[in-house]
Design a protein around this ligand. Structure first.
Ligand code: MTE
Ligand code: HPA
Ligand code: MOS
Length: 770
């Protein structure tokens, strides 16, 4: 089956918030935001804005009738701030005007006087000062302290990991329509309709049933609309509620870049000990997470960093510490991988340092420490997947690693100015929300008398292909044609209390809920069918190609006439399904449990060529073996792997978020923040799938897929590093990402650059590799 909305996208017919028919008298909101990263508000003057022709109203925190603070995990974030500003771009006031242009002009007329306070951007500094969100966490397995002295080699190091901008094509936006009786309908680009609904309700002091949130699809979310879409929706709703007119709030690209949070930067320390053969005996990591100014999802993101801190390796003695550190930048938030990639990067850095110190290849250390089924993770769960080692071996064999290594060594012997490098990147990612209670979903299925089917779930289509996959599942479950099935918008009046579409679990959770609903309807239809056919065993009824079969044999009944008969027999043709992932849980006091339903595994080989004179590089190839399970739609899955990979490669290489010391975002547009384009992507992306059915309860044996492929991209860092070392074998390149061409150049010529700085040298001579 083709991706369901592909034609709409190509023809420009796909509906987003902006494409809803324009209501009469629509007003437009714009946000006045803090110009500085930290300060006390002395005075705020909104009068010049209010006085402008075309401005309808200006709102501040004083206008919020209900709860002024919000947040899923810790409600510490002001919808509009009053006394203090804590990051550049923090909302202070909302202007509503007749046009967007007037609203934006009016925002510029608002004046604010601030007393500047110290700006903290470094998570370690925040930690030392005690600016910590939630409580620091420590996961322990075995006892590292007893082991260090038994190790053949112990090395330590530090990692600096950059953030990442989501860069969804559709910026944050919401349109709010006031309805009778103090109710409102909210069209919002949110991954989390229930959070949006409940936050608006609490802000206005209304019951949730007064707020209806409706989502057709997003122009990308990538985690950036899991928590943060709700702020903008709430501000639009505040305005609409007061003026009782439709209000739309759309962030311009530049405002979106400035005002919204990004992936968490981390500053981490590692210590790793191995025996003579390279078996890892002990690993310790300390993660200082740059959470930004408010809690957002940071503590949950940190938790996933801890869960994935040992990536794909079994290590008998582990101690992982993590703290969410409050800084003066926009609250960091979910972004594909949700803290997992940061934990994995530090692990891979530690392994790299061991390999470099011992003078062996990275994969020699990696391969002998790979998890086996039955191995225990530091958080107490047993590794269940046997596919990890299989993907590793298949990657080695299918892509002929020995030959890759040989040809790279040969190339490097014969080239001085350019060098090649490669890295293996195995991944293991836990599937389930780490907060167990979020692993629930529901679905509402109606069969109409004409045999057509309407399906609502709590899942959001954000480009990942959810609607296509849910449609595939419904086709299989009912045994009817694609044209009979319609996936409805995601709406809080049809589906209550949904979890965010996130954690790669949207198809698993909502697909299972939908199957439970469909199952109820089919049970009723089967009972009717045997009655109609004069048979006895409803279990022998199946439906294929819209034909009703008994024991596999065609009967006189079709889907269409069975449904019609059901209605005439007063049989319920609607059902609600509810699914909660069984068997998962976590004990926070002990930091042990079984948080994940299962793990996703795979292995990638990343190959690069580095221009050692310019620092620029080309990603030659990425070769992946991925455990996909039984695919619901292989084309959609390939798209997710390639897209995730692009995002991972970009994060590690060219996506360079820069703030100045005042906390102002310097990479605040697409000229200074570069993301991978088609030219940056490798010419060769090979993907091989393992296709064993998922033994866990998932729709038709499929496996979650959305986030894991991003983590293959981490390999590019170590491939480039290897090429750097082939040119200049000095010790001491940093584990600092992103590894931009500029950084490569500075690292390659660190000594020379230092000499220039110290002695005012004007010319350089290059030394061949030592
Ligand atoms: N793919 C597209 N095209 N757009 C997106 O916004 N989000 C990613 C991933 N793939 C995203 C995407 C993230 S962060 C997650 S958690 C999953 O999709 C969510 O969808 P799923 O649970 O259906 O995999
Ligand atoms: N992943 C993604 N989003 C989340 C999670 C998670 O584990 N927990 C809460 N939101
Ligand atoms: Mo994805 S970061 O879980 O929205």
């Amino acid at each position: 089956m083709k991706r369901i909305d592909a034609a709409y996208h190509v023809r420009g017919e796909a509906e987003y918030v902006d494409d809803m028919p324009l209501p009469g008298e629509m007003l437009y909101a714009a946000v006045f935001a803090s110009p500085i990263a930290h300060g006390k508000i002395l005075t705020l003057d909104t009068n010049p804005a209010s006085a402008m022709e075309g401005v309808v109203a200006v709102f501040t925190a004083d206008d919020i009738p209900g709860q002024k603070l919000w947040g899923t995990i810790i409600a510490d974030s002001p919808l509009l701030t009053t006394d203090e500003v804590c990051y550049v771009g923090q909302p202070v006031a909302v202007v509503v005007a007749k046009t967007q242009a007037i609203a934006q002009k009016a925002v510029k007329k608002i004046t604010i006087k601030l007393a500047e306070l110290p700006v903290i951007l470094d998570p370690r500094e925040a930690f030392i000062r005690g600016h910590i969100i939630g409580t620091p966490r420590t996961f322990v397995l075995g006892n590292v302290d007893h082991i260090w002295k038994k190790c053949h080699l112990v090395v330590e190091g530090t990692c600096e990991i950059g953030g990442q901008e989501h860069l969804y094509l559709e910026t944050q936006r919401t349109r709010v329509i006031p309805l009778e009786g103090n109710a409102m309908r909210v069209y919002s680009a949110t991954q989390n309709p229930y959070l949006t609904q409940s936050t608006i309700a609490q802000m206005l002091g209304l019951p949730c049933h007064q707020i209806e949130v409706d989502v057709k699809r997003l122009g990308g979310g990538f985690g950036g609309k899991e928590e943060q879409a709700t702020l903008w929706a709430s501000l639009a709703a505040l305005a609409a509620w007061y003026v009782q007119k439709p209000v739309e709030l759309v962030l311009s690209r530049l405002d979106d870049l400035k005002m919204t949070g990004k992936r968490h930067p981390y500053s981490s320390d590692f210590k790793i000990g191995v025996n003579k053969q390279g078996k890892i005996l002990a690993y310790e990591a300390k993660h200082y997470q740059n959470a930004g100014a408010y809690a957002d999802l940071s503590t949950a993101v940190l938790e996933r960093t801890l869960f994935h801190s040992t990536n794909t390796y079994f290590i008998p003695n582990v101690r992982i510490f993590g703290a969410s550190c409050r800084t003066n930048q926009a609250p960091s938030t979910a972004l594909r991988g949700f803290g997992g990639p940061q934990g994995m990067f530090v692990m891979e850095s530690a392994i790299t340092k061991v390999a470099e110190t011992l003078g062996v290849s990275r994969e020699e250390i990696q391969s002998q420490n790979l998890l086996k089924p039955g191995d225990i993770f530091p958080y107490g769960q047993e590794m269940e997947a046997s596919s990890l080692r299989q993907t590793w071996l298949e990657a080695e064999q299918t892509y002929n690693l020995a030959e890759i290594k040989q040809s790279i060594a040969h190339y490097n012997r014969h080239h001085f100015e350019t060098k090649k490098g490669y890295a293996l990147m195995p991944i293991c990612f836990g599937i389930s929300f780490t907060a167990t209670f979020l692993n629930q979903a529901s679905a509402l299925v109606h069969v109409y008398i004409d045999g057509s089917v309407s399906i609502s779930t709590g899942g959001i289509e954000m480009g990942q292909g959810l609607t296509t996959k849910l449609t595939e599942i419904a086709i299989k479950a009912f045994g009817i044609g694609e044209e009979r099935i319609k996936l409805e918008t995601t709406n809080t009046t049809r589906i209550a209390n949904m979890s965010a579409s996130a954690a790669s679990a949207t198809t698993d959770l909502n697909g299972n809920a939908m199957l439970l609903a469909i199952g109820q309807i089919l049970d009723r239809l089967r009972t009717l069918a045997v009655k109609e056919l004069g048979m006895s065993n409803p279990q022998k009824i199946t439906i294929a190609n819209e034909q009703i079969l008994y024991a596999g044999e065609k009967t006189k009944l079709t889907w269409a006439n069975l449904v019609e008969k059901a209605h005439l027999s007063r049989i319920n043709l609607s059902a609600h399904g509810f699914y909660a992932t069984p068997g998962i849980g976590f004990n926070h006091a002990q930091e042990k449990g079984h948080p994940f339903a299962y793990h996703i595994c795979g292995t990638a080989i990343v190959e690069v060529t580095l221009d050692c004179l310019r620092g620029i590089y080309v990603i030659d190839a990425v070769k992946i073996v991925h455990d996909l399970g039984r695919s619901l739609n292989e084309l959609v899955d390939i798209g997710q792997i390639e897209g995730g990979l692009a995002q991972g490669l970009g994060w590690m290489t060219i996506e360079d978020l820069r703030l100045n010391a005042k906390g102002e975002l310097l990479s605040n547009n697409l000229a200074t923040y570069k993301i991978p384009d088609i030219y940056f992507m490798p010419d060769q992306i090979d993907i091989k799938f393992l296709t064993e059915e998922n033994p866990m309860i998932t729709p038709y044996g499929s496996k979650a897929l959305g986030e894991p492929p991003l983590m293959y991209g981490i390999g590019v860092f170590f491939a480039i590093r290897q090429a750097m070392r082939a040119f200049n074998s000095q010790d001491g390149f940093g584990f600092i990402s992103p590894l931009t061409p500029e950084r490569v150049l500075c690292e390659l010529y660190r000594d020379e650059l230092q000499e220039i700085a110290e002695n005012n040298v004007t010319s350089l001579s290059l030394q061949p590799s030592k």
